[in-house]
Design a protein around this ligand. Structure first.
Ligand SMILES: [Zn+2]
Length: 178
C-alpha cells in the first residue's frame, strides 16, 4: 500500500511540478517576445544597432555586421532578436500538458519496479530487498541513459547510484526519526 501510495503521489507531483515549470517558462518567453516586438515597432533604428552590436561581440567584422543585421531584420526581425538577443531558439513553444504527461508517465514506469519488488519478494527483509533492487534498477537506468545519450556508462552509473543511495539513506533516516 505504501508503494502504491508513493507511486501515485510521486507521479502526480512530478506532473504538477513539470506543468508549473513549463507554463512559467512559456509565460516568460511570451512576455519577452511581446516586449521585443514592441521595441521593434517603437524604435527600429536602436534595435538594428543592438543586433549589429551583438554580432560584433560574437566576433563578426564591424563592416559586415550592418549588412547582416539589415538582412536578418528584413527576413524576420522578431526571430533574429529572439534567437540572438533573448536566446530563444524556437518560437514554437513547449506544451505544458505534454511535458506534464511525459514526466508523470516516466515516474510511473520507474515507480512500478519497486512496487513489483514489494509484491513478489518475501515480506521478511523487505527493506533490504528494496535497497538492493533499487540499486540494481538505478544501474540499469544509468546504463540506458548513458547509451542513449552517448556518454560514458561508468560515470553515469556512478553518479546515479551515488545520489540515489544518498537520497534513499537520508529518506530512511528521516523516516526512522519519526
Ligand atoms: Zn532587441
Amino acid at each position: 500500500m505504501a508503494s502504491v501510495a508513493g507511486l501515485v503521489a510521486g507521479a502526480l507531483s512530478m506532473a504538477a511540478v513539470e506543468y508549473v515549470s513549463v507554463s512559467s517558462q512559456v509565460d516568460i518567453e511570451t512576455a519577452d517576445l511581446a516586449r521585443e516586438q514592441q521595441e521593434l515597432d517603437n524604435m527600429p533604428e536602436e534595435e538594428l544597432q543592438e543586433l549589429a552590436d551583438i554580432y560584433v561581440s560574437r566576433g563578426l567584422d564591424k563592416k559586415l555586421v550592418h549588412e547582416v543585421a539589415v538582412q536578418l531584420t528584413a527576413h524576420n526581425a522578431l526571430e533574429a532578436h529572439a534567437r540572438d538577443e533573448l536566446g530563444i531558439n524556437e518560437i514554437t513553444q513547449a506544451n505544458p500538458l505534454q511535458a506534464a504527461l511525459a514526466s508523470g508517465a516516466a515516474f510511473l514506469v520507474g515507480g512500478v519496479l519497486p512496487l513489483l519488488v514489494s509484491l513478489f519478494m518475501p515480506l521478511d527483509n523487505m527493506v533490504i530487498y528494496q535497497y538492493v533492487f533499487a540499486i540494481l534498477f538505478l544501474v540499469i537506468l544509468g546504463t540506458l541513459s548513458a547509451l542513449t545519450g552517448g556518454s560514458k556508462v561508468i560515470n553515469s552509473i556512478f553518479r546515479i547510484t551515488l545520489w540515489g543511495s544518498l537520497a534513499m539513506g537520508v529518506t530512511a533516516y528521516v523516516g526512522s526519526l519519526f
